[in-house]
Design a protein around this ligand. Structure first.
Ligand code: GDP
Ligand code: IMO
Ligand code: MG
Length: 405
């Protein structure tokens, strides 16, 4: 495996990033998140036990791997504290291997309220986690950063000023009640142990590790079509989910990213509102949702389902300089009579190529040669259309249900 690998989603999120990062991180030195926040829900299944991670990098279940939350992440201290406590209860140690950038901007309770109130009117279908409002404050240069805890008096002043501003937005723009400034200050200070225990200059860590020739894995959240610039704007998240986000979100130059694995499901899903050209409203759509258990890992909302869109996928491969494709949830297609992929758009409508299904079990297959003939043909067609090798195929949610070629 090349030294440093980026793993990211090529669709609208939930491609199986958590599973693949966990499966590939056994031999890596560190796993780093570079954007997003607790809007992410990354599912890992090991020995029959399922873990859903929102902020903690998906290498955390391997006992000796370092985990980093980079500056590009917006941080809910409440959510992180809860997640750490739950993982600790499950026997996972965070000592000397978990690091959060001092430059992470904090998500406050007022961000969450503004997000939820606003989404009722704007109908983006956000996760309601305060992500958009937190990134707005970052860009407007008024955010509170984790490292601000180093000067508590100043921190408190900045926090009071920001929450007062948020309350004006809530009162005047949305006719909503304020949240008590004191309550927010008390709540944020109740999580100061996270700063004491884990805050550091994570860029310096990366510089050291790269000098020591250690291998690093970068874990994307959300997906390419949710990228603030390259996605289906305005139905997107508020961060750079694409490959460029690694450099800004961790302070690491692009030349240190040696391999870029783009993940796509064998079909397509989307949570929330926005365009979705290959969406299905028929029995096939229902079967994808049912077989794929397509409910959001963060909000539990049903995911919209449709066929694989190769036009969008090809563009996503270009956007991210993908070097290797990973195809997940192949097993979900096992019982379909026919399977279609979109190869062209005609006035915004999908033109499909349809394949005969394989009607055979791929679930749990770990050797490419043991896949049914029609499944291999499906994979080969995607590779040829996109012009990129599918070097990983996922055949089930568990760590070991993976084919590497
Ligand atoms: P992420 O956000 O990209 O990490 O993906 P999620 O965890 O939100 O959603 C992926 C879902 O599919 C989770 O429930 C996984 O356990 C499951 N999953 C991942 N890979 C496979 C696969 O190859 N087959 C099946 N059946 N399920 C999978
Ligand atoms: P992972 O990392 C799928 C979607 C929301 C909404 C839009 C904006 O698990 O793949 P936000 O709360 O970010 O402002 O919502 O983005 N969204 C996701 N969809 N997977 C995710 O993360 C998502 N994170 C945000 O549903 O449409
Ligand atoms: Mg998810």
């Amino acid at each position: 495996m090349s030294k440093n690998t980026l793993i990211l989603g090529l669709q609208w999120g939930d491609e199986g990033k958590g599973k693949i990062v966990d499966a590939l991180s056994a031999d890596t030195h560190a796993v780093c998140r570079f954007q997003g926040g607790h809007n992410a829900g990354h599912t890992i299944k090991v020995n029959g036990e399922q873990t859903v991670l929102h902020l903690t990098p998906s290498g955390i279940l391997h006992p000796n791997i370092n985990c980093v939350i980079g500056n590009g992440v917006v941080l809910s201290l409440e959510s992180l504290d809860k997640e750490i406590n739950e993982l600790k209860e499950a026997g996972i140690s965070f000592d000397n291997r978990f690091y959060i950038s001092s430059s992470c901007c904090l998500i406050l309770p007022t961000h969450i309220k503004i997000d939820q109130v606003r989404d009722k009117k704007e109908s983006i279908g956000t996760t309601g986690r305060g992500i958009g409002p937190a990134y707005e404050d970052k860009i407007a240069r008024r955010a509170i950063r984790l490292g601000d805890f180093s000067d508590e008096t100043n921190f408190k002043k900045k926090l009071e000023k920001l929450v007062t501003y948020h309350n004006k937005v809530l009162n005047k723009m949305h006719d909503e009640d304020s949240i008590s400034v004191q309550q927010v200050v008390d709540e944020i200070f109740s999580y100061k142990h996270l700063y004491d225990n884990f805050c550091c200059d994570t860029q310096n860590l990366l510089i050291d590790w790269i000098e020591e020739d250690k291998s690093i894995l970068f874990e994307g959240a959300q997906g390419t079509l949710l990228d603030i610039d390259q996605g289906t704007y305005p139905f997107v998240t508020s961060s750079s989910t694409t490959a460029g986000g690694v450099s800004t979100g961790l302070g690491i130059g692009p030349k240190y990213i040696n391999k870029i694995i783009g993940i796509t499901k064998a079909y397509t899903t989307r949570v929330g509102e926005g365009p979705f050209i290959t969406e299905l409203f028929d029995a096939n759509g229902e079967m994808l949702a049912k077989n794929g258990h397509e409910f959001g890992a963060t909000t539990g909302r049903p995911r919209r389902c449709g066929w694989l869109d190769l036009v969008a996928l090809k563009k996503a491969v270009f956007t991210n300089s993908v070097t290797d494709l990973c195809l997940t949830k192949l097993d979900v297609l096992d019982t379909f009579k026919e399977i279609s992929v979109c190869i062209k758009y005609d006035n915004g409508n999908p033109i499909y190529k349809t394949f005969e299904g394989w009607n055979d079990k791929t679930e749990g297959v770990t050797d490419f040669n043991n896949l049914p003939h029609n499944a291999k043909s499906y994979i080969n067609f995607i590779e040829e259309f996109i012009g990129c090798e599918i070097s990983i195929v996922s055949t089930g949610p568990s760590r070991d249900q993976t084919i590497t070629r």
